[in-house]
Design a protein around this ligand. Structure first.
Ligand code: NAD
Ligand code: DAU
Length: 355
């Protein structure tokens, strides 16, 4: 059996950001064994990883992070020495309808994983690391006053999603403070790019424009988000996993704030251009709908610490990133159509089982 320099457990690797992290690690570190642990909920899609699934250093394990026995077994079987934890329920609208699932996966799942790591690593934390991926939403909301979330901003979550992520962040830090576990936490802004589940604003709207369907803008479209290309987030995760200081928090963001309605107009313009439609063709699809309950007004991340201490900066300008993203969704309509038809959930899981 081949032995590897490191055995890295990446949770939620079949999801949007996780698949980019898995791809980066599998390709960049052939001497690491990358174990992708995913329950394959509605958001998990093995098609996101077709290009790396045959790599010699890649393993996929279908399991639930809430299952303590399965987690114990996994740590023992693969001699896991590093964890990059992304598995979560991630969509705010779903958390409003079903907060219990968010508490179960995001809070209890993270706690279960921490406990399994503690039991496996209890003798010595030497060479071990538990890296928890979190969100800027834990900090609450900002006014239109030019201020930013920093690593010392007080937690003030508003949605069941952000409350569950805030709770999981606290558990991770508690495992450092109480048991000495070597942890690191990052809080990132809105990601965009290929393989994002089309319930989220950008892929949903690209797909709706392609199909001539209405674009539901919440409230007046005046809420502001800070957008970061997902591959830049994956690069930051790689850097922080290897060089971030134990027990530290790093904010990751793009210094790239957009009011939703302005962003939506950029998406419309880009999709129309790439589809060969006249400029303004799809503007009429914009439909203002009832606002999201508890809709945070503005998020803006200050990622100066990450730049100053570890030298990370986003590599892509937004205009370039958004065009690349729109092009990817238009070039990969099969990927999108299998999701919107529901076919992907059984198709890829079955394909994997039969391999
Ligand atoms: P996603 O919803 O696309 O993927 C989540 C993955 O976790 C899926 O593959 C799903 O099957 C898996 N999963 C869910 N419950 C599980 C369980 N109980 N056991 C094992 N696997 C399970 O999410 P995403 O957008 O890629 O986000 C990944 C992480 O990054 C999350 O922790 C999220 O909070 C955080 N985050 C996301 C963003 C963003 O803009 N998307 C920004 C900042 C932070
Ligand atoms: O800030 C980081 C967070 O970004 C992550 O932690 C979450 O996992 C991720 O889902 C994302 O949360 P948002 O709620 O900001 O993303 P979403 O794509 O759902 O919405 C972006 C903005 O667009 C938000 O202000 C709500 C609005 N919106 C969204 C949808 C789906 C609409 O106006 N219409 C829509 O149909």
């Amino acid at each position: 059996m081949q032995s590897f320099k490191r055995n890295i457990l990446i949770t939620g690797g079949a999801g949007f950001i996780g698949s980019h992290v898995v791809r980066l690690f599998v390709n960049k570190y052939p001497d690491y064994q990358i174990i992708n642990l995913d329950k394959l909920t509605y958001a998990g899609n093995l098609a996101n990883l077709e290009d790396v699934e045959k790599s010699a250093n890649y393993r996929f394990v279908k399991a639930d992070i809430c299952d303590i026995e399965a987690m114990r077994q996994l740590f023992a079987e693969y001699h896991v020495d590093g964890v990059i934890h992304l598995a979560a329920e991630s969509h705010v609208d779903r958390s409003i309808k079903d907060p219990f699932t968010f508490a179960q996966t995001n809070v209890m799942g993270t706690l279960t994983l921490l406990q399994a790591a503690k039991e496996a690593w209890g003798e010595s934390y030497e060479g071990k690391r538990f890296y928890h991926i979190s969100t800027d939403e834990v900090y609450g909301t900002l006014e239109f006053d030019g201020t930013f979330f920093t690593e010392t901003t007080k937690y003030d979550p508003h949605s069941p999603y952000s409350a569950s992520k805030a709770s999981s962040d606290h558990f991770v830090r508690a495992f450092h403070d109480t048991y000495g576990m070597p942890v690191v936490v990052t809080n990132c802004s809105n990601n965009y790019g290929p393989y994002q589940f089309p319930e989220k604003l950008i892929p949903l709207f690209i797909n709706n424009i392609r199909n001539g369907k209405s674009l539901p803008v919440y409230g007046k479209g005046e809420n502001v988000r800070d957008w970061l290309y997902v591959v830049d987030h994956a690069r930051a995760i790689d850097l922080i996993f290897h060089e971030g200081k134990i027990a530290e928090t790093y904010n990751i963001g793009g210094f790239n704030e957009w009011k939703n309605i302005d962003l939506i107009k950029v998406i419309i313009k880009t999709v129309d251009k790439l589809l060969g439609n006249p400029e303004g063709h799809s503007l009429g699809l914009i439909t203002y709908v009832t606002d999201r309950a508890g809709h945070d007004l503005r998020y803006a991340i200050d990622s100066t610490k990450l730049k100053d201490e570890l030298g990370w900066e986003p590599s892509l300008q937004f205009e370039e990133g958004i065009e690349k993203t729109v092009r990817w969704y238009l070039d990969n309509q099969g990927w999108m159509d299998r999701i919107t038809s529901g076919e992907y959930e059984n198709y890829y899981a079955e394909m994997y089982r039969n391999r």
